[in-house]
Structure formats: C-alpha cells, structure tokens
Design a protein around this ligand. Structure first.
Ligand SMILES: Cc1ncc(COP(=O)(O)O)c(C=O)c1O
Length: 411
C-alpha cells in the first residue's frame, strides 16, 4: 500500500473502496510487490547457473497466490501433506515441490513418496526407516541442523543446538552408516537457519558449514540453504542486503561446484521475503476509548486474524487509511478478542475516530495462514490486486463455517 501525498492506494485502487465492496476485516495482497521481490531474489543470485526458488508456502497458502508464484517461475516448499496437495492442485509438478516436515508420521512420508515430491527427512530414525523401505529407489534429501543461533527471536531460530529441527551436523557419521547399511541415496542437503536474519555473515557462515558437510555426499543434486531473509517491518529498519548476500554466496557456491566436480542446484526457500510486504490487513475501528493514561482504538479484528504481535512481539506498521493527514496522537491499537491482543502499543498515529479504516502493513506472511476461529469469529476475506484489478481470492467465512463440523450430543 502506497501513500500518494493525500491518500493511500494499492495499484491505484482506494483501499476504502475495497472495504466498501468486500467488508472488513480484509486481507489485501499486491501482486506487483510479490513479482518485484521475486525478481530481486533471482537477480541477487544471477551468477548461479542452476538456481531454484522454492516459495515457503506456509507464509501464504492462498491458491491464487500459489498460481501466481508458479507463473513467475517459482517452485514451492511445503511442510505438511495438505500443503503438498494444495500445490499439486494448482498445477505444480511433483518434482517442483519440496516437502520439509518436522517429525511427521511414517504414513505421511509414504504418502509424499507416492505423490512423487522431493522429501527432506529431519531425523536419523526416519532416515533409517526410509533407507530400509526404499534403498536406492527413491533419492531423498536430509535436513541438517548446523548449530547456528540466528534469527529475529528465539521462537523463529531453527538451527541452534537445542532446536527440534534437523539432524545434527555432528551426526554425519551416523548418516554415513545408514547410507552404507541401507543403500539410501542422499540427493539433497537442506537447512533452514531461522527467520528475519539480517546479517550477511550468517548466510555465509552457514553455507560454509553445509558445503563442508556436502563433501561426504557423492550423489548430491542440490543444496537447499532455506529461507530467512529479513524485510523491514519498522520505518527506517533495514532488511537483508540481497545483492551482497547473493554475490558472496554465488561466488562461494560456484567454487564449491568446481571442487565437487559438477554443477548442482542452489535452492532457497523464502517465505517472508516474497510475500510479507505485499499484504495489508484492513480493519475498521469499532470504539475509541480515552482512559486517563492511554487511548485505545478497538478494531474489528484481533489476534485471531493476526497473531504475530502477541506471539512474536512482532511490529506491524499501522496507518490511518481514512484520515492520514490528521494531527497525531498516541494509541494502543487493540483487537476485540477476550484477552490482551495488542496490535500496536504506544503508537503515534493520525487521530482515530470510530469508523475509520486502519491498514496493518506487512501482513502478507504468516498472517492469514496463522488465523483462527478463536472466540468463534469468522476468518477474513482475501483480495489479490493484479494489474490494477482487485480479485476476491477467498470469501469471508460465515456462521456455517463456525458450526459445520460440530456435533451436537446430549450427554
Ligand atoms: C523449513 C523452512 N523453510 C523456509 C521457511 C521460510 O522462512 P522465512 O519466511 O523466514 O523466509 C521456514 C519458516 O519457518 C521453514 O521452516
């Protein structure tokens, strides 16, 4: 969403018109921003001859967004069999789908094999069982845990020593034993350090660890270095310097391929970098309450629709779409949920009055996909704006959705 000096717009569309047409709360995604981010990413790694981008779909699973990603040339990373099926449904080929679950059942792994997708195993017991079941018949990837602490906060740091994810990089001997005993072919090394990593050095250090481990695996087709690129959330904040990371890793990866003896694929699987900034959650102010020490703007949404502020202490910039040029005052923007659900605290914003529409920015990644029906509220509609046209891509839920699977018994 841009501010054009007098009002906000999304590709020329007034967000207030979208609220009029589709109601609030409303998630709106700008396809142009997704496309720009995709191009920046590919551009950063232009020196890598075999590059693959797997959009981490958990960030935003709307099928129309997935179709758009496919048209851009992206492949996908999934973490559940349901996500795999969504991607197959929108037309991705099985081999364009990476499947990187954490501690799922054996039957789910077997289903992924039947569907023919690229499986990443994240534990020694699963690798051993997989090797015994498939031997050399189904080459597989493994997720390594390189023991690196990085990321915006502990909850989104996924490669440190105490993290549940991946096979410890200190257990390479066990992996080798399983390869020998079962004949399993390891075609991919995967790792994901965490989310919101700004420092270029982290990406480089982790890459070095994985390149070093890769010498032990003669059959590699790809190395997947995960996602985690940071985008700015706060005003004046800086994201990952993509040209810097891209140039440094491309050079190092190309050298690795030379030493390894052949060109393999470099894979990245970003979520936030591709879709965080495309999204705005439009909400309407129900009540403005001036307490002696603090003013609250209560909106028609809450942690049921956007849990990141309460779950991760995440910052989302919030603008007053209805009244952007009013004098500024201090507010806590809060939801209508029956527990503390601050969306913003002590935020200076143009004066808010009842009925105003606020725009919660950077609401593309891990926002709708983490929404729930808590307090028996329906989940919002979603709109995708492409080429100056707004497309409804998910209808707002209804009362029927709240009661559909409930079974009334008298006990
Ligand atoms: C395995 C894996 N890959 C990629 C990602 C995407 O991370 P990000 O959205 O920070 O790029 C995640 C996020 O949780 C993940 O768990």
């Amino acid at each position: 969403m841009n501010f054009n000096g007098s009002r906000f717009d999304i590709q020329g569309i007034n967000p207030l018109d979208l609220c009029e047409q589709y109601g609030t709360p409303l998630y709106v995604y700008d396809a142009q921003i997704i496309e720009n981010q995709y191009k920046i990413l590919r551009g950063a790694f232009a020196d890598v001859s075999r590059l693959r981008i797997n959009f981490a779909i958990k960030a935003l699973t709307n099928v129309s967004v997935l179709k758009f990603m496919k048209r851009l040339g992206s492949c996908v990373d999934t973490v559940s069999i349901e996500e795999v099926k969504l991607c197959l449904r929108v037309g991705f080929e099985p081999q364009q789908i990476g499947y990187t679950p954490s501690g799922v059942s054996w039957s789910e792994i077997e289903e992924a094999v039947r569907l023919g997708v690229k499986v990443h195993l994240d534990s020694l017991p699963l690798l051993e069982r997989f090797g015994k079941a498939h031997g050399a018949n189904y080459p597989v990837g493994i997720r390594l845990n390189p023991h690196v602490m990085a990321g915006g906060n502990l909850k989104i740091s996924t490669a440190h020593e105490r993290s549940k994810f991946g096979i410890s990089i200190l257990q390479l001997d066990d992996i080798q034993r399983i390869m020998k005993e079962t004949g399993v072919v390891i075609e991919g090394l995967h790792q994901h350090t965490g989310s919101e990593i700004k420092e270029s050095e982290v990406f480089l250090n982790v890459a070095e660890l994985i390149f070093d481990a890769a010498k032990n695996f003669p059959d590699l087709q790809y190395i997947d270095l995960g996602g985690g690129f940071k985008v700015p959330y706060k005003p004046h904040e800086k994201g990952t310097n993509m040209p810097k990371v891209g140039a440094a890793i491309a050079a190092r990866f190309n050298q690795f391929c030379k030493d390894y003896g052949r060109d393999i694929e470099l894979v990245w699987e970003p979520g936030k970098f591709l879709v965080a900034q495309c999204g705005t959650l439009l909400v309407r102010v129900n009540v403005v309450k001036h307490n002696p020490s603090i003013s609250f703007a209560h909106v028609d949404s809450g942690l049921n629709h956007l849990i990141r502020p309460m779950m991760y202490d995440a910052y989302h910039e919030i603008v007053n779409v209805s009244n952007p040029l009013a004098d500024k005052r201090l507010y806590n923007v809060v939801g209508y949920i029956c527990e503390t659900d601050n969306l913003a605290e002590d935020r200076e914003m143009p004066e808010i009055t009842e009925g105003d529409v606020l725009g919660i920015q950077n609401a593309g990644a891990y926002c709708f996909t983490m929404a729930s029906n808590y307090n028996s509220r329906v989940r919002p509609a979603e709109v995708l704006v492409y080429n100056g046209q707004a497309h409804l891509v998910r209808a707002r839920e209804t009362w029927d959705d709240i009661v559909r699977n409930q079974i009334e018994v008298e006990v």
